[in-house]
Design a protein around this ligand. Structure first.
Ligand code: EPU
Length: 350
């Protein structure tokens, strides 16, 4: 099918395109389209971008598309920030790092490590953009973005004005924030995120896989970054070769009773891994899925990564959204039947 593309520039820095192919805009590489694509490269363009939506027009703002699953062609407008830039400011013994929303998160982390600033190094190698780090509260190897977020700049689409949030009002929790839920979802567009980092050493290397690689006190954020990247490379698919959306499911947090039920279902001789949290017992979804025998399974054009079964992939770039959804449902059903635990997707279905 021929896709008609035409670009209209309705301000200097805003690009819009009709019937736009999103396959390079979602890391699952699903061949889906949207009715209209809008990309802007200055937060000052947002009144015009948001003002261009007609009454009742369906629209969604995306980042790098690394934590989403398009369920089919998107019958509306997809908006993306191409606003780039990272600023560093000294403040009371700390360094405030302000990253614009469209800056690749790993570029921010790499630059902070290069400058010997501590705080973001455990988040090395995470796909996605800085704006999404404040929505999704990205996390890895014992650190979450919210641990170091100082403030969040956003555009309020209801009041059509810029706002600044203190992280304490943003409802941060495991892979969660108010920006993922109504009424904030769809109302605020993150335009920049400021992280509070330190020049004084502050390593977090308690996560077992990281501690194994760094049993000593690391000398620099760059050393931690190198270790994190090595661990990621050993377990996770290379995003440039194997399309995926990272962890597909969240690690479920269950009651002590449910945990005992999982232990009983696992068998007397099996130790079910778990982490105590304020809300209950967190069980690695990867472990539950692994025990159900899913590692490396191929279903149609969708597959389960052979080294980390929490990651669903589109290895040949031929999968349809439906094939991923079917695989998701099949995995969730076996975990439900075997362990009585409900898996919830981390990946947003759009
Ligand atoms: N496990 C298995 N089999 C496997 C892999 C893991 O049983 O094949 C069990 C093991 O018990 C292991 C545990 O799962 O100790 C945890 O595995 P891992 O350390 O790989 O971490 P995860 O909980 O599966 C989370 C994040 C990842 C993040 C890693 C490291 C979620 C949903 N996922 O995975 O984030 O990189 O921890 O911190 O919280 C992402 O969000 O896209 C992502 C990759």
């Amino acid at each position: 099918m021929v896709i008609l593309k035409f670009f209209v520039t309705f301000a200097d820095m805003i690009q819009t395109c009709q019937n736009y192919d999103l396959s390079a805009r979602n890391t699952f590489a699903l061949a889906v389209k949207c009715k209209r694509w809008v990309e802007y490269d200055s937060a000052d363009d947002l009144p015009l971008v948001v003002g261009s939506m007609t009454a009742g027009e369906k629209w969604v703002h995306i980042g790098a598309g690394s934590n989403m699953l398009f369920l089919g062609d998107y019958d509306g407008t997809v908006v993306h920030s191409a606003v780039r830039g990272i600023d560093f400011t000294d403040a009371d013994g700390c360094v405030l790092v302000r990253a614009c929303s469209g800056e690749p998160m790993d570029a921010v982390v790499a630059e902070c490590c290069r400058r010997n600033l501590w705080g973001l190094e455990n988040l090395s190698g995470i796909p996605g953009e800085a704006g999404a780090s404040a929505v999704q509260n990205v996390g890895a190897y014992g650190v979450e973005a919210a641990d170091v977020i100082e403030s969040i700049e956003a555009f309020d689409c209801e009041r059509m004005q810029a706002v600044v949030f203190d992280p304490s009002v943003c409802g941060y929790a495991y892979r969660d924030s108010m920006f993922k839920h109504s009424p904030a979802k769809g109302r605020y567009i993150i335009t920049a995120v400021t992280y509070r980092l330190t020049a004084a050493p502050a390593p977090h290397t308690d996560y077992p896989a990281l501690r194994d690689l760094l049993p000593h006190t690391p000398a620099s954020p760059a050393e931690v970054r190198a270790a994190v990247i090595a661990i990621r490379d050993s377990k996770l698919p290379d995003p440039s070769r194997v399309p995926s959306a990272g962890s597909f499911f969240k690690n479920p947090v269950v009651s002590r009773e449910t945990y005992e039920q999982v232990c009983a279902a696992a068998g007397a001789d099996v130790k079910v891994p778990c982490y105590e949290t304020d809300d209950g017992v967190k069980i690695p979804a990867a472990w539950l899925i692994d025990r159900c025998g899913w590692k490396g399974t191929v279903m149609g054009n969708a597959a389960v990564w052979h080294l980390q079964p929490l990651v669903l992939t589109n290895p040949e770039r031929k999968a349809t959204p439906d094939e991923i959804v079917k695989l998701e449902a099949a995995i969730a059903a076996t975990v439900r039947e075997r362990f009585g635990v409900e898996l919830t997707p981390e990946v947003e279905h759009v």
